[in-house]
Design a protein around this ligand. Structure first.
Ligand SMILES: [Zn+2]
Ligand SMILES: [Zn+2]
Length: 637
């Protein structure tokens, strides 16, 4: 008998001893980080509201209880009973029964009403029919990504369960190492913005945090050939802080080269990773580059993703617990906290952060039970990188829109599909509603509309007051009539170009490809147009060049030969909308951090930014700080 089998047998005995005699335990297995208990008495389990919580506390594991398949009510009868229990206002749109696990997935417009107070409605459902209900939200704006991902996972359910069982056994294997140490190796993202990739290793475990590309330098990829990452199947787990491509683009590549383990991230990060990596392949193909992997690998990545909610403490290896916290940067972005050993060491990776509240998100979390080392982004860590505060930036954007409208021009805003676009949409929606800018169409080009739909699917990840507005459909700001999704391509763009004043939000955010290239051709030569930069422009990108005053740019003409395009439009930068904290916000994040870390590694910034931030933190807070290079290793214990 393997050690895991033995462990499960012991757990089964322990559980049986712990619960009332009239509740049976027919089987106990691991699925990913969770311990699954099968019982012939799911109703009694459900009646005992505290039983699962007590068990979870006692065994220090996440626990799911499932009915033994042969005690389930027939789906047809169960459906009628479920519909009778759930109030009509919940708007149940779909019920999906999975006999293999005894789960019924309920899709509803108002999941809260399906769950009930403290889960009371869910318990009632189990008590009545035996099935375990799982609730998902019907997206208020239809999202192809969300429905594709959900359908795909539904279709791959069986294989997914095999993966989860395998991962579960890996997580709960017996610890073999008899030494204890903790190291971090940098595989990218040091003294540069892009190709985020780090290895956190202990004597027992290897964890890869992020695996991104470098915008504007496609050939510079993470140092995956470093010994710490080899072979790839020696890595226990991948943790993805958020879906931006400089963190996620090469995650599917791992599966091409032999990785077969789990990816941990939030649910919206999973969906947006799917969206953004598929688009990444598309853009590469359109630009005549050979994509580094096929779309099949994106599906592998989705299949291996284990979504976690903010605040869930989760075993991801015998000696490592992971907790994700809101990072305030984009939808689902997470500060990732690792608790290693039994109180041995704690590391937090900030990922990209915004410390202050924005219209979209609450500010980044910086409270932890313990943390000794922080690996921190430094995008705006330079000594002069103070950002205008958001209210002033909004004022400035409104002025630019009014000035441009007055001369019959168009406002062209390159923006990341995810995050900044929705922030700007909220600013524009409010300004128009309050009459601060005239009514005019707001065209959304590229994946902005799709990304917006994903935001409305996961309102619990948004700032409290925005969440409430989305719950009431008639107040959902993203459904305002001025927003138009450009879905007819070049013809529609030409019509917009020939038409009156308008605001255009288009990807890519750093002008490295995508529909913004078309808009440059249409509007670049127009002196009435204003191009407004609202997000970070990395070195080497066309965005950075235009921002710094280039008035002629190389452009592949329609004839196929390269050509130049003269830019005659106005160029403005309004910097307070960044998804990243400015220098003050980064310093405040560390100043108010509880507890304050002993060591900080400053990464994810230009050379001078990481140096400046590292030295500022050292002088202000008397802590050990570093501005590592790529391929360095730090030992902490
Ligand atoms: Zn980011
Ligand atoms: Zn980033």
């Amino acid at each position: 008998m393997s050690t895991v089998e033995k462990q499960l047998d012991d757990l089964k005995a322990e559980i049986a001893a712990e619960i009332p005699n009239d509740i049976s335990v027919s089987d106990v297995t691991y699925e990913g980080p969770e311990l699954v208990i099968y019982t012939r008495d799911p109703k009694k389990f459900a009646q005992n509201g505290d039983l699962i919580r007590t068990l979870a506390g006692k065994l220090r594991k996440r626990i799911t209880v499932r009915p033994d398949p042969d005690v389930l009510a027939r789906p047809k009868d169960a459906e009628a009973q479920i519909r009778a229990i759930i109030p009509d206002e919940a708007g149940v749109s779909d019920l999906d029964f999975h006999a293999d696990t005894g789960e019924v997935v309920i899709e509803a417009q108002k999941p809260g009403m399906v769950i009930g107070r403290h889960g009371s409605t869910l318990r009632e459902i189990t008590q009545e029919i035996g099935w375990t209900p799982e609730v998902v939200r019907t997206p208020p704006i239809e999202s192809a990504t969300v429905s594709n991902v959900r359908n795909f996972l539904k279709q791959e359910r069986e294989e997914r369960r095999d993966i989860l069982e395998r991962v579960g056994r890996q997580i709960h294997r017996e610890e073999l190492a008899n030494e204890q140490w903790v190291r971090i190796s940098t595989l990218g993202c040091c003294r540069e913005v892009g190709r985020a990739s780090f290895i956190l290793s202990t004597a027992e475990t290897r964890i890869l945090i992020d695996c991104g590309d470098k915008p504007g330098a496609e050939d510079e990829v993470p140092y995956l050939q470093a010994p710490e990452a080899n072979p790839l199947n020696s890595i226990d787990a991948v943790v993805l802080t958020h879906a931006h491509l400089d963190h996620s683009a090469l995650i599917p590549l791992l599966f091409k080269y032999g990785y077969d383990g789990p990816i941990y991230c939030t649910e919206p990060t999973r969906d947006m990773m799917g969206l953004l990596t598929l688009d990444y392949l598309d853009v590469a193909a359109k630009e005549g580059r050979t994509p580094p992997y096929e779309s099949e690998m994106v599906r592998e990545a989705l299949k291996h993703t284990i979504p976690l909610e903010y605040g869930d403490v989760t075993d991801i290896a015998p000696d490592v617990k992971l907790t994700l916290h809101n990072a305030g940067h984009i939808l689902g972005s997470a500060v990732s906290h690792f608790h290693i050993g039994d109180g041995l060491y704690n590391v937090a990776f900030s990922g990209d952060i915004h410390y202050e509240d924005t219209r979209l998100f609450n500010g980044a979390v910086n409270e932890f039970p313990r943390v000794e080392t922080l690996v921190m982004e430094s995008t705006y860590g330079g000594r002069n990188d103070y950002q205008t505060d958001q209210a002033d930036s909004e004022q400035r954007l409104i002025e630019i829109i009014n000035e441009t409208h007055d001369r019959d021009g168009k406002i062209l805003i390159p923006a990341f599909a995810v995050g900044r676009s929705q922030e700007i949409m909220l600013v524009i929606e409010e300004a128009m509603r309050e009459g601060k800018i005239p009514e005019m169409p707001v065209h959304l080009d590229g994946m902005i509309w799709e990304a917006t739909a994903i935001h409305t699917t996961y309102p619990e990840y948004l700032r409290d007051d925005l969440r409430d507005r989305i719950f009431h459909d008639d107040e959902n700001p993203f459904l305002s009539p001025q927003f138009n999704h450009i879905d007819a391509g070049e013809d529609e763009r030409r019509d917009v170009t020939d038409g009156g004043p308008a605001i255009i939000l288009s990807t890519s955010g750093m002008v490295t490809g995508g529909p913004i290239m078309s808009w440059l051709e249409h509007l670049g030569p127009d002196p009435n147009t204003t191009m407004v930069f609202v997000g970070y422009q990395a070195q080497g990108t066309l965005g950075r060049r235009i921002q710094s005053g280039w008035d002629e740019i190389p452009m592949n003409g329609r004839s196929g030969r390269s050509d130049t395009l003269a830019l005659d439009f106005n160029v403005e930068t309004v910097d307070g909308f960044s998804g990243h904290s400015g220098r003050q916000g980064l310093i405040d994040f560390v100043r108010t951090m509880n507890p304050r870390p002993e060591k900080v590694l400053c990464v994810h910034g230009d050379e001078s930014s990481v140096q400046d931030l590292s030295s500022a933190l050292y002088h202000k807070f008397d802590m050990r700080t570093f501005a590592p290079k790529n391929l360095e290793t730090f030992r902490f214990r």
